[in-house]
Design a protein around this ligand. Structure first.
Ligand SMILES: Nc1ncnc2c1ncn2[C@@H]1O[C@H](COP(=O)(O)OP(=O)(O)O)[C@@H](O)[C@H]1O
Ligand SMILES: [Mg+2]
Length: 278
């Protein structure tokens, strides 16, 4: 069954801006789903609708087969959580541990259960030993990890992440993606993340939605979506850089490739095959 499923989702803001138009979206249990789009395409709006923070103008959202509108907020928080793009919108307690403890405390757990969950979550995101630190003293990347720890401590099965790599340096981006992939693979947490980092997508994401002007422009595996590269041109997105190189070699240098490599590893294998002596 789908953990989250939305059908015909349309949303307009009070000022009349139509941010989403008839969007169908789903994520199966344990999937790592991406939404790739340029700014202003409706990514944040869609994530907020999926976790019930916004109510659709029309259309439906179901969490584990139940209409989100009919689930008490407290119950939604046990199942699904959202990591905001800006950690300052999310973190509010004085220390890291207090912030991470907020969710479990609200769930009415005992002190020792709460402490156990906080320790587990901080360790899982690589912030062990930083529990007593004031939230503002963390680096930006550590703040993002603290937000993720807050969700982990609640044991949610679905994480919705709004551009989790935005604002990080390249190594920080890679490490956050590795953390999310680990939580996905090892703990079975269903991941839905928005991004405009095209290069990261084929490395980590199972299935992809491309949004453009509030509509789903394409949906499929990264291979399916990027192999139809002509369709990306109209929507302000490029191919992963390595795929761009291969496309140019195909078009301009007439080197033939059966399929388009999307990662450095795939491209390397394809290119080495063509080298004399291999
Ligand atoms: N609070 C708001 N009031 C009015 N319009 C908004 C509001 N938030 C976002 N929008 C508009 O909705 C559209 C989608 O925005 P958003 O979901 O934030 O896109 P993205 O996250 O892809 O950048 C944009 O045109 C944006 O200007
Ligand atoms: Mg956004």
């Amino acid at each position: 069954m789908d953990v989250i499923k939305a059908g015909g989702l349309t949303f307009s803001y009070p000022d009349g801006t139509k941010a989403l138009d008839s969007v169908d979206f789903r994520a199966g249990k344990g999937e790592f789903v991406g939404m790739l789009a340029s700014n202003g395409s409706g990514k944040t709006t869609l994530l907020k609708l999926l976790c019930g923070m916004l109510k659709p103008t029309s259309g439906t959202v179901e969490l584990n087969g139940r209409p989100v509108g009919g689930i008490p907020p407290k119950e939604i928080f046990r199942m699904a959580g959202m990591v905001f793009q800006n950690p300052a919108d999310q973190l509010f307690a004085a220390t890291v541990a207090e912030d991470v403890a907020f969710g479990p405390t609200n769930m009415g757990l005992t002190r020792s259960e709460i402490d156990g969950r906080v320790a587990y979550a901080l360790e899982a995101v690589g912030l062990k030993g930083l529990g007593a630190k004031p939230v503002q003293r963390l680096s930006f990347g550590q703040q993002k990890r603290a937000c993720i720890a807050g969700l982990l401590a609640m044991g949610q099965e679905l994480m919705l992440l709004d551009e989790p790599t935005a604002g990080l340096d390249p190594m920080g981006e890679y490490r956050i993606m590795e953390l999310l992939m680990k939580l996905n693979r090892e703990k079975g947490i269903t991941m839905v993340m928005s991004t405009h980092n095209v290069d990261m997508v084929p490395l980590f994401i199972d299935r992809l939605y491309i949004l453009s002007k509030g509509k789903v422009a394409r949906e499929g595996s990264p291979a399916e979506v990027f192999n139809a590269s002509s369709q990306l041109k109209g929507i302000k997105l490029r191919l992963p850089q390595i795929a761009e190189l291969i496309e140019q070699m195909k078009d301009e240098d007439r080197v033939s490739f059966d399929r388009l490599p999307l990662t450095i590893g795939e491209a390397r294998r394809e290119l080495v095959k063509r080298m004399p002596g291999h």
